[in-house]
Design a protein around this ligand. Sequence first.
Ligand code: CTP
Ligand code: CA
Length: 224
Amino acid sequence: DLLLGAPKPLAGRSVVVTSGPTHEPIDPVRYIANRSSGKQGHAIAAALAKLGADVTLVSGPVTIPDPVGVKVVHVERAEEMRDAVLAALPADVAVMVAAVADWRVATAAGNKIKKKPGEAPPPLQLAENPDILKTVGHHAKRPKLVIGFAAETENVADNGRAKLERKGADFILANDVSPATGIMGGDRNKVKLISHAGNDDWPEMDKDAVAEKLAAMIAEQLAR
Ligand code: CTP
Ligand code: CA
């Protein structure tokens, strides 16, 4: 290690990470999406790769570059993201960071929907998207560690813990994304780590530092 550089505690371990938003088409030119820069998810994928993990990053549409040393699968829709995540199993760890659109348009129009003067706007019939974290958390090939995020604007701890239980996760990193916090789209994050052992408030830090702290925790958990 002294000669070869940083230690690689995750060598031989496989991880699947989701990041970014999903885009759910309304028609060929319009979509429904959540706000997400992909910064936190991409940083986590990079930090895990730095510790030696074999990382598959399933990314929705983002403007940031692919992290180096990571296999990146680019997807648009939640159903495509789900399929790519399941194709990456078995894996030792799943970290679901994507801001998946909760709904898609039930039947996207094949052609651009045109405005019709004097007529009401088109109604959108929505269908619920698959919950990728919940699917992975209850899967026959469930990874040893299943980790999710919970972006909340109120009741952060309670909502995060409910997601831990409902989705079959080992850890949830819950954060307050109220506009006043400036977290959304920014370079910093302040998370509460929620697990069956209790809650742990991490101090506010760069998204890269959150990623490194999480990667170190994952290595420690797998070594237990
Ligand atoms: N998630 C997912 N697939 C979905 C929705 C969410 O994998 N269709 C994952 C996210 O990547 C995140 C966690 O579930 O790790 C929590 O996402 P969040 O949107 O906070 O939870 P929801 O269950 O969608 O609840 P709500 O949006 O109503 O708060
Ligand atoms: Ca959601």
